[in-house]
Ligand binder design. Structure first.
Ligand code: SF4
Ligand code: SF4
Length: 269
């Protein structure tokens, strides 16, 4: 299993900058990230396209960044920005295709050769059909990056859907039917819209900090919660919920289940 097309800039409204540190902040809301990307884009748009000028701009942007990284071990690159005036596509402002030929990625937080060749685990773990479904359902830079990088979330949603349908949930079929695709978008968009996740500042999806500030996967303490495990729990964790008690966990499961059922309801019985 692996993806045969490039996940970073697949087109159709989807684009990703997750491995450039886009979401690596406590406040990784769309509004906060839009503001940061706009600041970086504006600053770099005034910089001459030379290593010296880009290096200076990158240092200045990093020094003036308004928030620390959530996971310090994951670098945040100041060369990430919007590739278009409408702020619909996120991407590397040091890439030669963007600068008009000069490769300025060495001015970012990695060497250009790493930026050029890096592929995140989703390239290996998602199928083409799963990735194309995410691309079609999340045709915007904010949601696409959140979902395409969370293999467990995508797989977990499709597994729940299979249980609901009592048979295979083919990503191709979900993509081809407009009403199904819209319902899938609402399910995946829970990454942005799910309520009641406030006050969980050190959590990013399935991950939290360990004592060394390294990201570590979270689990649910079923004994403390007083409830057994349920099939929705992987997705609940990927959404960033840290339920303090059984009612909170049950509410999060119900939210997921409702959205999965809404997708299933778009298929004839
Ligand atoms: S996180 Fe993956 S899909 Fe996103 S830009 Fe990086 S390599 Fe590409
Ligand atoms: S220089 Fe590398 S890390 Fe920085 S935005 Fe470009 S691709 Fe991402």
């Amino acid at each position: 299993m692996s993806v045969s097309f490039h996940l970073c800039q697949p087109g159709g409204g989807a684009s990703c900058g997750a491995c450039c540190g886009l979401y690596n902040f406590r406040d990784h809301s769309r509004a906060a990230l839009t503001q940061r990307l706009a600041t970086q884009t504006a600053r770099l748009s005034h910089a001459p396209r030379t290593p010296e000028a880009y290096g200076e701009a990158a240092r200045e942007l990093t020094a003036n960044r308004d928030a620390p990284a959530l996971f310090p071990i994951v670098r945040v690159c100041p060369l990430l920005g919007f590739l278009d005036a409408e702020q619909r596509q996120v991407g590397c402002l040091g890439h030669p295709k963007v600068t008009g030929g000069t490769d300025l990625r060495d001015c970012g937080v990695y060497r250009a050769s790493i930026c050029e060749t890096f592929t995140c685990p989703s390239f290996g773990w998602l199928t083409d059909a799963q990735a194309r479904l995410v691309q079609a359902a999340c045709a915007d830079w904010y949601l696409y990056g959140l979902v395409i990088t969370d293999v467990e979330f995508v797989r977990g949603c499709l597994k729940l859907l299979e249980w609901e349908l009592g048979g295979p949930a083919r990503p191709e079929a979900l993509r081809e039917r407009p009403e199904s695709l819209l319902a899938v978008r609402r399910l995946f968009a829970l990454k942005e819209t799910a309520p009641g996740r406030d006050g969980q500042a050190s959590v990013f999806g399935r991950f939290t900090h360990d004592t060394e500030d390294e990201p570590v996967p979270r689990t649910l303490d079923y004994a403390a919660l007083g409830t057994p495990a349920a099939p929705e729990d992987d997705v609940v964790l990927c959404l960033g919920y840290t339920p303090a008690d059984a009612p909170a966990l049950l509410a999060a499961r119900a939210l997921v289940k409702d959205h999965v059922r809404a997708v299933a309801a778009t298929f004839p019985a």
